[in-house]
Ligand binder design. Structure first.
Ligand code: SF4
Length: 329
């Protein structure tokens, strides 16, 4: 027998933040059977949603949407925010995918912790409407924290939930949410924002450079945009220089031995340098000079740089040279 037969079931988009948690708890208090869904790409992870799910015991589904997300990200119909963040189309895509799961599982509506007017671009009344329209689930998205200020949804019209028992929050203040959290014993939750690399100016610059120079790219290349200094040597060749031991480890973890080239100073501490693209011998030499320029050798001394390419390893003896400022991405 299906235990959910008579229960109203709703699927929430979960960022893992306090607003997601409160929205779910508000519905739970009305007897709704709530579950969450969250999404993964190289730009944002499910970590916070997983913690929230463990804390408040709401089951969570994690979907990797990298492939369709990349297609949208190259040309988002509504454009980008301040950096490479296509927030409106990102939300519309997430609701569309969540809606498909809702339908598959026979659930009755979607919900999120969005608060009207909390974010200047993506949470205005017209943005919320854009997202609804382009998600394909118009009328099926409940925003319990602001519901009393928004149009009636299908779930309210059908009497599945009570509008009066939801909230009418708006604006940027987080005080009411923090008070509710205290009242309901929600003690651990992450600070708002900060989880999306597409809002980071440095990451966005490197991503745009990748889009401008390559039509296809691997997941590794997207992850590598997070680490080290990125230096463009030609339209086809870019190098990544580790800045810290952590960067070096991350570069090694995402390095593809079948196509990338790695450089590292011999016997002297220095960065791992990864070459991506098809460099000619002159660019390999230039990369070796840059590797030497960032290692701990004294100025004007010869440095042996090991060059590991697919199927062969060489050593080049060079003097250090820093890259041109204009080549830094
Ligand atoms: S901040 Fe990132 S994850 Fe959030 S809506 Fe914008 S693009 Fe999507």
């Amino acid at each position: 027998m299906n235990i959910h037969q008579n229960k109203v079931r709703a699927l929430g988009l979960c960022s893992g933040g306090l607003d997601s948690i409160l929205a779910a708890l508000l519905l739970k208090q009305q007897g709704i059977d709530v579950a969450w869904i969250t999404f993964e790409t190289p730009f944002f992870s499910s970590d916070k949603a997983v913690s929230a799910s463990e804390m408040v015991h709401i089951p969570l589904t994690i979907l990797d949407i990298t492939e369709p997300y990349l297609k949208m990200l190259k040309n988002p119909p509504c454009g980008y925010g301040q950096n490479m963040n296509p927030c409106m189309d990102c939300h519309a895509m997430m609701f569309r995918m969540a809606g498909d799961v809702m339908k598959e599982r026979g659930m009755q509506f979607l919900f999120s912790g969005e608060v009207l007017g909390q974010r200047p671009m993506s949470q205005t009344r017209s943005s919320l409407k854009y997202v609804e329209k382009h998600s394909g689930y118009k009328g099926y998205i409940v925003r319990p924290l602001s519901a009393r200020l928004l149009d009636e949804t299908v779930a309210e019209a059908e009497g599945l939930i009570c509008r009066e028992r939801m909230l009418g929050l708006s604006g940027r203040s987080r005080k009411p949410q923090m008070e509710l959290a205290r009242e309901w014993g929600v003690t651990r939750y992450p600070a708002p924002g900060g989880g999306c690399l597409l809002t980071d100016p440095g990451y966005s610059r490197r991503l745009k450079d990748l889009f401008d120079h390559q039509s296809v790219y691997t997941g590794n290349e997207l992850y590598l945009l997070k680490y080290g200094r990125h230096i463009r040597l030609s339209d086809e060749v870019k190098i990544i220089v580790g800045r810290t031991r952590q960067d070096n480890d991350n570069i090694l973890n995402h390095y593809d031995a079948t196509r990338d080239i790695l450089l590292k100073a011999r016997l002297i501490p220095g960065p791992v340098v990864l070459v991506s693209g098809r460099p000619n011998p002159a660019l390999i030499h230039r990369t070796a000079e840059i590797s030497a320029g960032y290692c701990k050798a004294a100025v004007d001394t010869w440095v042996d740089i090991e060059v590991v390419a697919p199927g062969c390893t060489n050593v080049l003896r060079v003097m250090g040279k820093r890259p041109e400022a204009a080549d830094m991405i």
